[in-house]
Design a protein around this ligand. Sequence first.
Ligand code: SDX
Length: 429
Amino acid sequence: MARTVTITDNKTGKQLECPVSEGTYGPPVINTKSLYKELGMFTFDPGYATTASCRSAITYLDGEKGILLHRGYPIEQLAQNSTFLEVVYLLIHGELPTRQQMDEWDHSIKMHMMTHEHISRFYSAYRYDAHPMSIMAGVSSAIASYYHDRTDIKDPANRLITARRVVAKMPNVASKCYRYASGLPFVYPDNSRSYVENFMYMTFSWPTEDYEPSAVAVRALDLLFILHADHEQNASTSTVRLAGSSEANPFACVAAGITTLWGKSHGGANEAVIRMLEEIGTPANVRKYVDRAKDRKDSFRLMGFGHRVYKKYDPRAKIIREACHALLAEMNLNQPLFEIAMELERIALEDEYFIKRKLYPNVDFYSGLIYQALRIPASMFTVMFALARSAGWIAQWMELMEDKDFRIGRPRQLYIGEQSRDYVPMGER
Ligand code: SDX
């Protein structure tokens, strides 16, 4: 028998049987499509904490168990065995590539890494100290204008070319954000290099000497990109989907995702964590800041802590913490902020306030420490997040465009404003 949930309006006695759909994993969903038609009501769920906006086969999170799967593969196994570009293939195509498929994928991405020469002119319109996330969002939207006439979002083959373009051009766009802020000349991609190596080459190489990033640094960055690639229907991905639902240009949808990710409650938290650790200054000061985070009268929150879905340790944070420890040891780097972060984690996780609210370190808590060890400035941390997440955004956009229930997203509201009233001429107010 088909599973249903019955909603009863105790004011009118009217009832509605809503069908329930079950997925592979995770809570079943109540289909409330006929709620307004049958009961004249909307659902109300500020922040969409219990609202499923779509069907998706790309990523699964279990917040209670701290599980993250991409196309069924555990993040721990992908982090251990895969590369970012292979994970991007998996997100977009649904299966891990064969050797031949991976070689073709790698080549196709390299063939799209260049941007139109005029794109470089957009950077100089920004203030010398503009936040790179502002630049990245603006330039990504500008790229939309270079492909608008050749983008057919209804054609699957064209959607795949668009996806390749987004994945290929984001490292180029991101590296130029750093170069512009540093007063350095832009560097063209070098197709003899791997994806992550190419990004580092475009970002950190000097025109006056050869540049070879350390294998340790390339691997650490590749790992961080894997861990940031996709994460179900988070705020920025939901923004990309909503923009995509109006059939907007996909590069413009990615620009909307970048803008949303910038907020410090979301991707901007990685930069905010480093600023917070620097403000704390020493492990001895940690307790004072933990107490501030608990004080409702104080707007201070522990950046990098808490998550809407994870009510256990974010599996990505666990991997990053271990990678951070190994990297600092391997590079023989003394990172005092790492000691402060570890002390902050220790104290918070023993504190009733955090235990009761199930607040644990999230993906942003340790990632900045690795970026710093790779000599990436804090202002660029969220750009790194956006570079990696643009792969998840475009994979989710492709899935949206293929959805049999595709339609423009248009939430409703609970109106609490004034009742209807007549205009009052200025002289009578
Ligand atoms: C990302 O959605 C995703 O998947 C996002 C992401 C991804 O990969 O896309 O995982 C990436 O955005 C990670 C989150 C990065 N943001 C931060 O680290 C910023 C700090 N964290 C918080 O702002 C907060 O935890 C959120 C925004 C992450 C989650 O907010 P929720 O789910 O709306 O939780 P809430 O604000 O309702 O908090 C519940 C309680 C409140 O206390 P009470 O009202 O019950 O007394 O927990 C408290 C909050 O005050 N709380 C915190 C806290 N986070 C929540 N108290 C102190 N410090 C914190 N960090």
